[in-house]
Design a protein around this ligand. Structure first.
Ligand SMILES: C[S@@+](CC[C@H](N)C(=O)[O-])C[C@H]1O[C@@H](n2cnc3c(N)ncnc32)[C@H](O)[C@@H]1O
Length: 313
């Protein structure tokens, strides 16, 4: 142990200094802002609200309709096809409100009919090859066909393949997928439609096997994807030179600049809510050379605001 003696005007004091002390003082000095290079600043972090979330909660929103579907098995395809149309419609669950012949209207969770005239869909799609990516029960695909398009509708093979957060427990083998498939089939048959349904994950869409399209549509799915930009890049690759893409998705009008709120797929499978500017930037960054927001809208029963974007390669 070293000893330091200090004297002042005849008075003196001797202090014994433990060996550890000089090293501790030097370490403290290194941490002191006074010793940082100019322009470097250290701050204590603000309160952090991020926390571990239980992935089991991420599927709660589907389990309610899983239970419902399991309690009323859907008839097989042949039995279903032989039933009167209204009974077929009543035997399954509907995402889309679709007008079918005989004034039968499907009881969809979402009714897009009021926004169709504001959607900037070309009046005629005659002779155009069209893609409706993430088509669900086919409302938009059937609309494009009605305007003369030669339409491919694409949706995921199984709900179990949705982009749930990591660690989400398996949804089990009995899924309500057959309800989604049955709903599309019922509408397809009733409308005498020739829309081709492709069961495919958006992340695997590829022009090498799907070809390219003159008119590409994708709505209300970016918010449900872990990697929205990857899917937008694929969509761009599927859009023919001289073609166009109509992309609609959710944005938050309260968010400014190019910010994006992250929810991680925990609330109704919502991963991201971008500002409008961020949403448009994503579409540009996927490769499109011109992106115009043709309208923004909100409708009752659906949370949030949506922007319709028309994009050209
Ligand atoms: C909110 S719905 C929107 C349906 C329709 N596009 C519309 O605007 O009404 C989302 C659709 O995307 C589909 N989907 C979600 N993730 C997908 C993926 N990775 N690949 C293909 N389809 C997906 C769902 O199965 C569902 O049909």
């Amino acid at each position: 142990m070293s000893v330091r003696a200090i004297t002042y005007r005849g008075f003196g004091v001797a202090v014994r200094i433990p060996e550890r002390l000089p090293a501790a003082v030097r370490a403290l000095a290194r941490r002191s802002p006074a010793t940082l290079p100019q322009g470097v600043e250290l701050r204590a972090p603000p309160p952090i609200f991020a926390r571990r979330r239980d992935p089991a909660n991420a599927t709660v929103f589907v389990s309610s309709f899983y239970e419902d579907d399991r309690s009323r098995p859907i008839p097989d395809a042949a039995t279903l096809a032989a039933m009167p149309l209204a009974e077929q419609v009543a035997a399954t669950r509907w995402y889309h409100t679709i007008e079918l012949p005989g004034q039968v209207v499907t009881p969809g969770a979402f009714d897009h009919r009021p926004v169709v005239p504001h959607y900037s869909i070309p009046q005629s799609l005659a002779g155009k090859r069209c893609l409706d990516a993430a088509c669900s029960n086919g409302f938009w695909a059937f609309e494009f066909e009605r305007r003369g398009g030669d339409v491919v509708g694409l949706d995921i093979p199984s709900i179990a393949d949705w982009d749930f957060p990591a660690g989400t427990p398996s949804l089990g083998t009995t899924t309500p997928d057959e309800f989604a498939a049955a709903a599309f089939e019922i509408a397809h048959r009733a409308l005498g439609s020739r829309v081709e349904l492709v069961r495919r994950n958006l992340y695997t869409m590829d022009p090498d096997d799907l070809g390219t399209f003159d008119f590409v549509h994708m709505a209300d799915v970016l918010l449900h994807l872990r990697n929205p930009l990857d899917v937008l890049r694929r969509l761009y690759a599927l859009t023919s030179p001289g073609g166009e893409a109509l992309i609609t998705d959710v944005f938050d009008p309260e968010l400014t600049d190019r910010s994006m709120r992250y929810s991680g797929g925990f609330e109704n499978l919502i991963w991201w809510t971008p500002s409008l500017d961020c949403l448009v930037q994503l579409v540009y960054d996927a490769g499109f050379s011109q992106v115009d927001v043709t309208t923004t809208y909100s409708i009752p029963g659906r949370a949030g605001w949506r922007a319709v974007m028309r994009a050209h390669p």
